[in-house]
Design a protein around this ligand. Structure first.
Ligand code: A3P
Length: 310
């Protein structure tokens, strides 16, 4: 699955991306941005669904009823070329091209993307809508991404092989450091809120308060507690609007005819909202790979001021 991705040239380097995306790339770069858009940008497996749920809820004045709709409909992932949604009878089906749907969404739009800055609309820098960026310790991202690729992309290589791809920028949306630095360098811009997964884990309440301030919303203590409850790992894991289970079920049915034993095994991988902890890398990486990751992380963070400790 991963090997069938396409490479798109950006400056500097190349981004590994699903080949279907190529026909949308220029359209996204030229897309009209609105001042009241709220963008959530992240590398995959950084806690972006979690962060998006926080941003959407606070941005929509705690509309818990509205939050029952699939998150991918409330805040579509721009580069998913086709969007799944439920029709009025609750049945999941393809509802159309994502870019087209995003273009026709009423304001204020909540838009999510894993694209690096170079492939995002040029107007982001001119119109300056609110942008939330979230990142995570790459060792934990790698573990999380491996399980995700087994679940969603029928990956059946070993974890060690996946680590090689990851550290060599050969997983979808790679290269990773360029992705993070694109927004770390803008972290002090007033329209950018830069977050780390580790901060959400350590003190979600203070992140919720920062997010509310960023979105110009006031929350009383009772509202904060309601948000924290909605965002807890247990609630999110059991919430079909965010845990992707309805979408996976659709995929399973759609793929049923072409199911090979490999695919069936892959789809038994851990769920989309999997473990939700920091430091799970220690349960997966052998000491030699962990040391290489440490060196890679150290080299790339040197002089930037960014770290993943909280
Ligand atoms: P793990 O695989 O380490 O468990 P994304 O949404 O960007 O794909 O990120 C997915 C990661 O966020 C998964 O990490 C998932 O478990 C974690 N996550 C989702 N909701 C969470 C929550 N409420 N608390 C902690 N982690 C959460």
């Amino acid at each position: 699955g991963l090997a069938s991705g396409g490479l798109i040239e950006v400056n500097p380097g190349k981004v590994l991306i699903p080949p279907k995306f190529k026909s949308y790339a220029q359209r996204i770069i030229d897309m009209e941005v609105r001042p009241d858009d709220v963008w959530l940008v992240s590398y995959p497996r950084t806690g972006s669904t979690w962060t998006q749920e926080m941003v959407w809820l606070i941005g929509n004045d705690l509309d818990f009823q509205g939050a029952k709709m699939l998150q991918q409909l409330r805040a579509p992932v721009l580069e998913l070329t086709a969007l799944l949604g439920n029709d009025t009878s609750g049945v999941i089906k393809l509802i159309g091209e994502t870019v087209e749907i995003v273009e026709s969404m009423p304001s204020p739009r909540f838009i999510k993307t894993h694209l690096p800055l170079e492939l995002l609309p040029k107007q982001l820098d001119v119109v300056k809508p609110k942008i939330v960026y979230v990142c995570r310790n790459p060792k934990d991202m790698c573990v999380s991404y491996y399980h995700y690729c087994r679940l969603m992309h029928d990956l059946h290589g070993s974890f060690n092989d996946f680590c090689e791809l990851f550290i060599n920028d050969m997983v979808p949306m790679g290269p990773i450091w360029n992705h993070i630095m694109g927004f770390w360098n803008r972290r002090n811009d007033p329209n950018v809120l830069f977050l780390r997964y580790e901060e959400l884990k350590k003190d979600l309440k203070s992140v919720v308060l920062r997010c509310a301030k960023f979105l110009n919303k006031e929350l009383n203590e009772e509202e904060v507690q309601a948000v924290l409850h909605h965002l807890s790992f247990e609630s999110m894991k059991n919430n079909p609007a965010v845990n992707l289970e309805p979408v996976l079920e659709y995929r399973k049915t759609a793929l049923l005819n072409q199911m090979t034993e490999d695919k069936v095994t892959c789809m038994q991988a851990p769920s989309f909202i999997r473990k939700g902890v920091t430091g799970d890398w220690a349960n997966h990486m052998n000491p030699e790979i962990a040391a290489r990751f440490d060196e890679w992380i150290k080299t790339n963070l040197e002089g930037t001021g960014l770290n993943f400790q909280v």
